[in-house]
Design a protein around this ligand. Sequence first.
Ligand code: GLU
Length: 312
Amino acid sequence: MDLSDLLTDIVATMASAEDRGQVASYIPELAKVDAAQFGIAIATADGRVRTGGDADSGFSIQSISKVFALTLALGKVGDQLWDRVGREPSGNAFNSIVQLEQEQGIPRNPFINAGAIVVSDVNLGGHQPRVAIGEMLRFVRYLTGEDDIIINEDVATSETATGFRNMALANYMRAFGNVRHPVDLVLGSYFHQCAIEMSCRQLALAGRYLMLDGRHPDGGRVVSPSRARRINALMLTCGHYDASGDFAFRVGIPGKSGVGGGILAIVPGRASIAVWSPGLNASGNSQLGTQALEMLARRTGWSVFSPPEEGD
Ligand code: GLU
């Protein structure tokens, strides 16, 4: 199977899709994005990158940043992170507050908003937000090898002005002692990390360490093999909020979505894939992005549940 031909097919299929979902509107700046766009990029273990559609257009990575933030936080505090954040699917919406009371301010996992806010608190580590944000930008630039990745300040400002639910989540966890820095600093850092802008091509490059068992393609080590596998496990079980089970069922590979319409998906040992289409389904995940990954997984046989091929 030729991957470039497959990408051409996927782009054509998505171009004619009628139901493109709804662009996120609760962050006003994201509501301005044109829903007609679709991009896809695949970085494979042999070092090649193939792209289709709007693969070089920058978009707001939003919650996909939670994967990189988690990687940094594990590097700082290791397994102690799990005293403050769980590792179970939440079964609730990305911004839900209901479980937090029952579970004493310990979020279910690092990929729901509450969990990512705790991760941002860890990554602040007593510094000002600009230090933590600078570290995050350096990290994604190192992962991609591209120095032009930026934060879209308009998106960060837009979310700062309207992120009332995240403020509620952070204040609530502060009351339980699970957010330790002032809430405005933690959210300043969180909103800016969500406002990082990347293209599909850049995002596929950034995910390569999770395809390569924790290695950077230049040979350096980003995380240990066991940590890379665990991050992938969390992406599979928790990466799509209350639709994580459905994504695992339909696509069968670890993935993390964001309300900007992007999804990063990892086929261990084979590929790091980024798709983007701004319209979301009812669970807040890219409508066409999910469909594209389903089509790709079906045509390639790339599911983590597939038996190894001969020669693997
Ligand atoms: N910045 C968004 C929020 O906190 C991220 C949510 C997402 O991408 O799913 O609401």
